[in-house]
Design a protein around this ligand. Structure first.
Ligand code: NAD
Ligand code: UGA
Length: 445
């Protein structure tokens, strides 16, 4: 099929475009970010995604995917248009749908044959209705267009694997012709006929759910809210473990053995960061309030996340003495999680800002995300080498579990740090080893 992905140079749009092209479709990715479009045309991906660049190079060479800044060119031949633009939070917690509305206005002007418009962006159903109204101003529903909700569940860093081996595909629509087009789009994935690289193949059947648009959107919001709830839950349990002298790692092990619970998303840490979990949970809380429903549970999930950052900050500040003024802290792990260079809503950057505001000098290190962090936060010194980041510091905090931190040479660390407080938020170091090198150790739980 001939597919257009609008927002095709972003995380979701690029993975969707590349994924659909590898399934055999002809893909045009449209994006207003001309720098990214130019990079992608040359086979360079502006985002770090496992396995993406080699696949992209091959697809470009075969002419299966193209990138453009022109929506006119992008949708000229398209039978289906995916919308994958960002839907950030508004200051009141609601959803900023302005990018999606701009796209809908363009589509209303340009669509000239029956086209399915499939929304990948996460947005409340009322925003979907708003897009529908914009399209209806010029086009006839069912005849010239149908709007479909097709929420995305990929995780950054392993987006392509999630595209090809999804836990489910969800399609929300009120139109049988639109359902039929969507089935054609995903058919090679559902029937296993797609010829995919080994890493992306699966023998497990992929559940394919057809439902209404509002239910599809709610499945997306509920999924992210549930993941966030598990993280806040385990962070609260970790705080209790520390106060009651229990080992949270062993508690997760014991909890996870119950198949009704499982171990996933029970890793304590600084809280959930990144572009989506907090944004989508805040949007859900806002939706509840707008509908006169009190979201007590979801509210407290957000509150625990906020307190978790303060807990890490207090461990550092209290561990360094009466005042952080004149002290230096190294923050290891700047992206919102390991395996990505994305620093959007990274709690590491919030922590750095809070530390700098309270008078501390801040060092930063990350294996992938230093340029992105530097762009967002200039009040820190960044180091490519982790031991240089640790040189002369009073305390260091390890925020993620990349091998570089897990395998730190503690002898070198002890020799280079001024005063050795290590706050091991992810529990990647062996506390006994750390202490035996004359360093101080603290963790979550
Ligand atoms: P992103 O910012 O990485 O990508 C959005 C892209 O849209 C950008 O490249 C931007 O230049 C482009 N864009 C904006 N306005 C445009 C326009 N008028 N025409 C063409 N291009 C335009 O955002 P993202 O992280 O990919 O998220 C997109 C949506 O997907 C959001 O609703 C998000 O909640 C949802 N989502 C994201 C993830 C994720 O892991 N990032 C996962 C699931 C769902
Ligand atoms: C998340 C969801 O996992 C995806 O299914 C969803 O599609 C996506 O949001 C979205 O809607 O954008 P992602 O943001 O890539 O994906 O990141 P996750 O891997 O879920 O991690 C989110 C945050 O939670 C990170 O800060 C991570 O460090 C933290 N986390 C995760 C924990 O603290 N503990 C855990 O056990 C798991």
């Amino acid at each position: 099929m001939r597919v257009c992905v609008v927002g095709g140079a972003g995380y979701v749009g690029l993975v969707t475009g590349v994924g659909l092209a590898l399934l055999g479709h002809e893909v045009m990715c449209v994006d207003v970010n001309s720098t990214r479009v130019e990079e992608l045309e040359n086979g360079n991906s502006p985002i770090q995604e496992e396995g993406l660049e080699p696949v992209l190079a091959e697809l470009l060479q075969r002419g299966k995917i193209r990138f453009t800044t022109s929506i006119e060119t992008g949708i000229e031949q398209a039978e289906i248009v995916f919308i994958a633009v960002a839907t950030p939070s508004l200051p009141d917690g609601g959803t900023d749908s302005s990018h999606a509305v701009t796209v809908a206005r363009d589509l209303a002007r340009l669509i000239h044959r029956y086209t399915v418009v499939a929304v990948k962006s996460t947005m409340p159903v009322e925003t979907l209705d708003q897009l529908d109204s914009v399209l209806k101003e010029r086009l006839i529903p069912g005849k010239q267009f149908d709007l479909v909700s097709n929420p995305e569940f990929l995780r950054e860093g392993r987006g392509l694997r999630d595209f090809f081996r999804p836990d489910r595909i969800v399609v929300g629509s009120d139109s049988e012709p639109a359902f039929s087009v969507m089935r054609q789009v995903y058919q090679p994935l559902i029937d296993g006929s797609a010829e995919l690289p080994e890493a992306f193949r699966t023998d497990t059947p992929i559940p394919y759910l057809e439902t209404t648009p509002s239910t599809a959107q709610m499945i997306k919001y509920a999924s992210n809210a549930f993941l966030a709830t598990r993280i806040s839950f385990i962070n609260e349990i970790a705080g209790l473990c520390q106060r009651l002298n229990a080992d949270v790692g062993a508690v997760v092990e014991g909890l996870g053995l119950d198949p009704r619970i499982g171990k996933a998303y029970l890793q304590p840490g600084i809280g959930f960061g990144g572009p989506c979990l907090e944004k989508d949970l805040t949007a859900l809380v806002r939706l509840a309030q707008d509908n006169n429903y009190d979201p007590v549970l979801l509210d407290s999930v957000l509150q625990r996340n906020h307190l978790q950052l303060i807990e890490v900050q207090n461990k550092l500040i209290n561990g360094m003495g009466p005042s952080p003024v004149g002290k230096t802290v190294a923050v290891l792990g700047l992206a919102f999680k390991e395996g990505t260079n994305d620093v959007r809503n990274s709690l590491a950057l919030r922590l750095m800002k809070d530390l700098a505001d309270s008078g501390a000098t801040v060092h930063g290190h990350d294996p992938l995300a230093i340029p992105e962090a530097e762009e967002q936060f200039q009040d820190a010194t960044y180091f490519e080498n982790v031991y240089e980041a640790l040189a002369g510091v009073d305390a260091a905090v390890v925020l993620n579990s990349v091998a570089e931190y897990r395998d730190l040479d503690l002898e070198r660390v002890a020799a280079t740090m001024k005063d050795g407080l290590l706050v091991d938020v992810r529990g990647v170091l062996n506390s006994g080893d750390v202490l035996s090198h004359g360093l101080r150790y603290d963790s979550i739980g």
